[in-house]
Design a binder for this molecule. Structure first.
Ligand code: ZN
Length: 133
């Protein structure tokens, strides 16, 4: 069974912490040991795992990607958002997390983020929780 997380971004480029929403689905699944696959259903939004404690890290990552891939870098895509497509490919559309003792196995400072690169928009992340056999 696939489940979905709805994400609402508020600016063109930002990292949205979705850790709590993913943990809630893991808790409701009742799975004690397994994996949790996350997949962004978008071409201008990605999934990453990084520091969640200090929000300045999220802002630094979004700001650095903006400098790395400028909007006006001579792209040909008529929609005008090729920078967002390139950033999405750099960050990647998916992550797989380990479920242990009924919880996501994350380091102390780690959090799960939806990376918005062409917001603000409503987004969907597909979640597939698979139990050990
Ligand atoms: Zn486009």
């Amino acid at each position: 069974m696939v489940q979905y997380i709805d994400v609402t971004s508020r600016s063109r480029s930002e990292l949205v912490d979705i850790t709590g929403m993913v943990e809630e689905l893991v808790r409701k699944s009742g799975v004690s040991s397994g994996v949790c696959h996350l997949f962004s259903l978008h071409t201008t939004g990605a999934i990453t795992i990084n520091e969640g404690a200090d929000p300045s890290v999220q802002r630094d990552i979004a700001a650095f990607l903006k400098r790395l891939v400028p909007v006006d870098a001579g792209f040909t895509h008529a929609e005008g958002n090729s920078d967002a497509h390139v950033k999405t490919t750099l960050a990647g559309p998916s992550q797989t997390l380990i479920i242990e003792a009924g919880r996501l196995l994350l380091g102390t400072w780690q959090a799960v983020f939806f990376c918005e690169f062409d917001g603000p928009r409503s987004r969907k992340v597909a979640v597939k929780i698979v139990e050990d056999r």
